[in-house]
Design a protein around this ligand. Sequence first.
Ligand code: ADP
Ligand code: ZN
Ligand code: ZN
Length: 726
Amino acid sequence: MFANVALPVPGLEPLTYRFPAETPLAPGMRVLVPLGRRAVIGFVTSLSEKLPAPLRETKAILRVLDPEPALTADLLRLGRWIADYYRCAWGEALTAMVPAFTPAPAEEWCARLEETGAKLPNRGLALTIWQRLEAGPLPRRELLANLPASASQALSNLRRRGLIASERREAGFKADPIAVSSQGTARENLTLTADQARTEETLSLAIAAGGHAAFLLHGVTGSGKTEVYLRAIAKVLQAGKGAIVLVPEIAQTPQTKDRILARFGGLAAVLHSALPPKLRAQEWRRIRHGQARVVLGPRSAVFAPVKNLGLIVVDEEHEPAYKQEDVPRYHARDVAAVRCQAEKALLLLGSATPSVESFANAQRGRTRLLTLPTRVDGKTLPEVRLVDMTREVDPVARVPLFSQALLTAVAERLANREQCILFLNRRGFATIVRCPQCGHILTCPDCSVSLVYHRWDDRLHCHSCSRMYPARPACPRCGSACVRLGGSGTQRVEDEIQRLFPAARLLRLDQDAIQRRGSLEETLRQFGQGEADILVGTQMVAKGIDFPNVTLVGIIAADTALHLPDFRAEERTFQLLVQVAGRAGRGGRPGLVLAQTYNPEHVVLDLARTHDYQAFFNRELEHRRDLEYPPFSRLAAIICRHRQPEPAWKTAQTAAQRLERALSAGDALLGPAPAVHERIAGESRFQILLKSRTHTGRAKVLGALSGLKPPGGVRLTVDVDPLNML
Ligand code: ADP
Ligand code: ZN
Ligand code: ZN
């Protein structure tokens, strides 16, 4: 027998290997095969009895790794789509779809009841055995424990009559319900708001109808979207199907996790990205065997082998975290859409600030728009005020971190025992180090990105390659002895606030704080229980957290993302402001948001101030139309990298020439040009951007790159639908 095996090797189509006919092998199983001098793990994609035509001999499979397929036929096909769309090898796509291979645990034979309608035993050992199995399958050993020796004969009789079947199971496996968090309360009987009820009704009808349908749920922050997801999942389960819920980052949405576990208990599986490979593999098997039917996880959970898939929810669908920045460079939302279509399931995207692409799809009728325009319980959206920082600049030319308005508001909350969140967008080049003499900004020589000062180890860090530098170097441009440390990172915000309000209890939430103090969940829990008055943080505090006692959100620099060299800069700014603002006033008292800015006149900030998504969308769509950006075009970024600029540049030029020749009407090529971050981790990077009207047009142009062999050491990557123009 012969098997076609997809290997995780760039540019490689499946190869054929032979195996003995008695080996139980099926498509979707992993096998170890020889490739050159290496042994590589690949996926069986199909079997054949004869060797395909041009081949006369072939190597043998070294070892079969899975006792049963790791991927279903549907998922194999989804992998093929990913490989074709995102331009990678089928084997690369498949490898990304399952947890890393860990040897399957020992198995044992279990007996289980078979529904046959045959006459049931009504007495004796047969009845005892039957009753023991009613609660679920049991290993033979346990089934016959404490029974007389003749029980073995009784079991054989039952099996012969077809009343009991046996199957292989993971040894020692217990379908133990996950500990249900005490925080979550299963509020099944909560009365839906009129808007929620209308939405639920629509979804229920679609679930009852079966088949594929796609929805975009646009609901303001605190409008009860999560409750709608939970109801839809419950309906899907009732229909005997399973569901997947995608979130940008599990650790950042502990409340969603708690609510899902509280409601679905042991039927739920959580694919935490920090789960050790063994546990991940075990959860995976629980899903594949149908023991877990609701899966919560980050982007890779879109591949969960849920049996009889009925629904995929993509929460906060606008989040860039759904895009994988590594091969395969897939976008989980878009993969979810394809998977739902193929498996006749419902797709439910949700967001308070949908991506322009998704909202445009809804407007064009490709997805159905559902809206929750108000917060539950008649709570109002927080009032957002823009604070003009240009007026705060004091005569000594020291730019203050906080406006008077913000300090007054913080003092009021502290006096009233209410909580505040102070938010700072680190990505806006905030903690840069500047020479006081010549104004030079210190950058990493390897990456050309600004260095960031960190107080805990008193060093400068490159956030791109992780290199560290001494904190007080001489200025590389003018030689001035000591450049000024400072800027305004979260640490400085924390320090200054503590200095100004010595009695306030502070917590900080950013990547460094987590690395040093441990859990993000723990910090959020402490804040939620009122163990601190002020939470200082980066975008981590912007996500789906729900703290009723927070009445003030201070945005230290609302415009930092506005000047990023990316056509989505304004969209990101709008989304971030609305999301952060959404953390305020979720309890009984109204919330206030103070957004400090140096561009108080900017339209996008003003639209965020009034929470006017529709107006923002209309304006943004016009821009995109004028500049032919998505959704009016399909993009691909071609990046060439090498330690030396010269070879990378040459390859980029060759690639550009090939692409140029393949262009047709409606396609455009930008570059090659140095990437925004010209050097990352000691590599020079050049970028070409391809814009095409259609997906097929783009695929045709990109086809011109196949067979291009970059000279030694140059890496050429294609990013289809790139998200970050860096
Ligand atoms: P979103 O996901 O839209 O931000 P959530 O689903 O988190 O909103 O809901 C916000 C809060 O309102 C949560 O504490 C939730 O339990 C509560 N909630 C949701 N629906 C209702 C309802 N119909 N009645 C009362 N409270 C609700
Ligand atoms: Zn660096
Ligand atoms: Zn200088």
